[in-house]
Design a binder for this molecule. Sequence first.
Ligand code: GAL
Ligand code: CA
Length: 347
Amino acid sequence: MKRRKIAAAVLLFAISAAGASGCQSSQETFGEKVYAGVTCYDQSDTFVSELLDCFKEELESYGGDTLEVNVTVRDAAGSQRTQNDQVKELLDGGCNVLCVNLVDRADPSEIIDLAREQEVPVIFFNREPVAEDMLQWDRIYYVGADAKQSGVMQGELAADVIQGDSSIDRNRDGKIQYVVLEGEAGHQDAIIRTENAVDTLRKKGIQLEKLSYGIANWNRAQAQTRMMQIISEHPNKIELVLANNDDMALGALDAYEKLNVTESALPVFFGIDGTEVGLEAVADSRLSGTVYNDKEGQGEAMAKLAVSLITGKGMEDMEFEKERYVYLPYSKVTSENVSEFIRKREP
Ligand code: GAL
Ligand code: CA
């Protein structure tokens, strides 16, 4: 994305002088500096790492003659305590905006306190703090998506596929035997996605029979393990797999592959995210559908918000809900429109 660039020699000089003195407050120079300190709950999470790539790219695109941009990313690797320490370090290092993907979405207080002491605004993303915590300070924001919408869309995708192909009801009992693979217990995107996907299928008139479920923490390998167990408990019975994300849908598929189940005996699989591997799997029909979690939109909103918070410009263009939330819409992805989403990734 092209940003306005003012190439005044005097500004250039001021910025290079400021650059030499490290991360100083913007008042001391003509140029301004955005130094974003980012910490994520687990960098091995496929969706989060793709989202971070989008964010970095977006934020860097704001850099130019009048604005210096710097991003530092830390991986909390599943520990809230580690994440709190990382926030301290980032603040000590001079970051002037924090982007936090909480490990424990119910435990942001220490981070909020640290940020407030230094008056550094916080953009929480992807793991939504509870509403009361968002009221702890007026310089905290959230960027993410509406979990309910993704569940409804997954249910609609599955209903369309099931209604369009009677062979999915393999035992012909008029019901769809299904299993659910869920993300972390306590994550806003886990239970809400599951409930809404199942409710939507029911509302569309599909008779369902739940065989089992497994919690696999968004993780492909864990989903494979859980699915191997579930398959052995219900051999040849499963007709539908609803997974809270693509990685777990693919882990379920891995389980069948490992068991050498032939294609005609496979259930249908649905994910959410539209990660690179997820989209490829939709393109070659291993997944029957996914729901696009708009990482480009989220990364863009985070970058724009970070820049606005520092420069004081552009805040009026942000589309907030409840004053400090930005929710990007999901979209349905099938083999028919998947190429549009694959293209979206390309520069
Ligand atoms: C969800 C996403 C999952 C996982 C999770 C981590 O929005 O669908 O794949 O990344 O966030 O918080
Ligand atoms: Ca059936």
